[in-house]
Write a protein that binds this ligand. Structure first.
Ligand code: ZN
Length: 283
């Protein structure tokens, strides 16, 4: 499932293709994804110019010249494919239509953006740009972890008194937007905090120190995604999935990579999701 860094990588890959360009023709091949698609979606997109491509949490937002904003959520298996233009060092001819190509945007100048989603957990919607932040999927989100409103003082205050495990607290999208299972595991590993520790039991200093760790982990992953935009890993024109080396995620039974630790990565299940951690150096 794409997390914030993967979505940001998709946004950065799409920006040169879409920003400032007119959608010459939109094709919508089915009435719904996870939710019904908006009424007359193809008509409302066709002829619109994309003014800016933004990201909020795991949502991509395309502000259009029609005063509407297109919201895109990749869900579990949503893929964005770019063809007919340069993507990094590669030029991809338009592929033959695929079974799960649900929305296709033909861009002026010959580029094509295809949204393909086999499992249809993705979503798209159209709303007025000036009230976009009030959209039901966006209204209750906490601050962006890479934004100015998110810092040590904010996080210490948000975690104080919470009787939930720190792992669950950081996954709470009302507290901070866009963190998912993989990157929370990596954050807690780097911070030396066990995932089952209660959030409210962290000292204010420990809680505050998590904020820069969160930024570092996300920044590094976004940088890895950026390099994937420039090399062979997106050679098929697909954006957003890249090889990224995790220090603890999905490494159950393997040695802890912290030098001198000597511990073994363990896996526990919290709220139905796997937490990977080193019981030796995470307390
Ligand atoms: Zn360790």
């Amino acid at each position: 499932m794409p997390e914030l860094p993967e979505v940001e990588t998709v946004r950065r890959g799409l920006a040169p293709v879409l920003e400032g360009r007119v959608i010459a023709q939109a094709r919508v091949n089915r009435p719904d994804l996870r939710f019904p698609l908006p009424d007359r979606m193809a008509e409302r997109l066709t002829g619109a110019r994309v003014l800016a491509l933004r990201r909020r949490s795991k949502y991509i937002l395309a502000d259009l010249s029609t005063a509407e904003t297109l919201l895109i959520h990749l869900g579990m298996s949503g893929r964005m494919l770019v063809s007919g233009t340069m993507l990094g060092d590669f030029h991809h001819d338009h592929p033959a239509p695929q079974k799960h190509d649900h929305v296709v945007l033909e861009i002026e100048g010959g580029a094509r953006v295809t949204f393909n989603d086999a499992r249809r957990f993705g979503a798209m919607d159209l709303m007025a740009t000036d009230t976009a932040e009030a959209h039901p999927l966006l209204a209750k989100l906490g601050p962006e972890p890479l934004g100015n409103a998110f810092d040590g003082a904010f996080l210490a205050a948000a975690l104080a008194g919470r009787r939930t495990p720190i792992k669950s607290a950081l996954l709470d999208q009302h507290l901070v937007a866009g963190l998912g299972n993989i990157y929370v595991c990596e954050v807690l590993y780097r911070a030396g905090i066990a995932p089952q520790r209660l959030a409210g039991d962290l000292t204010a200093a420990q809680a505050a120190a998590l904020a820069p760790v969160i930024r570092d982990v996300l920044d590094e992953a976004i940088a890895a995604g950026g390099s994937s935009l420039r090399d062979y890993r997106q050679a098929d024109g697909e954006l957003g999935y890249f090889q990224h080396v995790f220090r603890v995620y999905d490494r159950e039974g393997q040695p802890c990579v912290t030098s001198g630790c000597g511990g073994t990565v363990a896996r526990i299940v919290q709220s139905g999701r796997s937490s990977f951690y080193c019981p030796t150096c995470q307390r």
